[in-house]
Design a protein around this ligand. Structure first.
Ligand code: HEC
Length: 235
């Protein structure tokens, strides 16, 4: 008994100690996504096309498939989400050559098709909101959940700049509460879209699920009177 208590105390002391806190990972912010929210997915698609596709590809995804899933016509996709040179049947490739990317960023930006499954959506949501100014770095910024990241803070105009205090907390240098809130909503839409491209058939499954439930409910109203009719004679 004494031993267990001692162990418990030392464990508590260990986890409460600053040394442990320093080595522990950054807590991720939880994001509630909604794949049935087409407006959110459309906003996310727009941000993705404008800010991410210049460096990253999403080569498992075709524009027209995306349009269909998001409730947009080919014409709408072409006019508002695509660069003129692509065809709607194309996959989302990137114009930048890998050699150039390596030269500029030291590393080739990875394809983002399944990044939501590889990293998890909470990680993405936190990552894109965790850039802070760091003058020691070549890009002038660093990231709380991806130390020394080779990607610049491409959305700084939307978020403003953050600084990090000695407790690893981020604070806004520019921008106010409202801007921070708007930025989080924007990142939620973007992560929602990345969750969608990571598993496009999930939308169909969710939609199908509703019909299956409806079918079961309707079927009950057929089956129940039938059952009653069958058993009437037996009683
Ligand atoms: C200017 C080029 C550039 C743009 C634009 C860009 N990225 Fe990146 N991104 C990179 C590079 C380079 C890396 C690799 C960083 C590393 O490994 O250090 C990267 C890495 C990432 C990673 C981490 C991948 C991993 O797990 O290793 C994610 C997630 C990501 N980018 C998402 C985005 C999103 C979302 C956007 C659009 C808002 C975007 N990127 C725009 C260059 C870019």
């Amino acid at each position: 008994m004494k031993l267990t208590l001692g162990l418990l105390l030392s464990l508590t002391a260990f986890f409460a100690s600053p040394a442990y806190a320093a080595s522990s990972k950054v807590a991720l912010d939880n994001v509630e996504l909604d794949l049935s929210d087409k407006a959110s997915l459309q906003r996310g698609a727009k941000i993705f096309m404008n800010y991410c596709l210049s460096c990253h590809s999403a080569s498992y995804m075709r524009y027209n498939r995306m349009g269909k899933d998001l409730g947009l016509s080919d014409k709408q996709v072409k006019e508002s989400l695509m660069f003129a040179s692509d065809k709607v049947g194309d996959t989302m490739t990137v114009a930048m050559r890998p050699e150039d990317a390596k030269k500029w960023f030291g590393v080739v930006p990875p394809d983002l098709s399944v990044i939501s499954r590889a990293r998890g959506t909470d990680w993405l949501y936190t990552y894109l909101r965790s850039y802070y100014l760091d003058t020691d770095k070549p890009l002038g910024t660093n990231n709380l959940v991806f130390t020394d990241v080779g990607m610049p803070h491409v959305l700084w105009q939307e978020q403003g700049y953050l600084r990090k205090d000695s407790d690893n907390q981020l604070h806004a240098l520019t921008g106010d509460q409202e801007m921070a809130f708007e930025y989080s909503m924007m990142i939620r839409d973007l992560v929602n879209f990345m969750a969608y491209i990571g598993e496009p058939s999930k939308i169909e499954r969710l939609a199908l699920g509703k019909w299956v439930l409806l079918y079961l409910v309707l079927f009950f109203f057929v089956a129940y009177p039938l059952k009653k009719a069958f058993w009437e004679d037996v009683h």
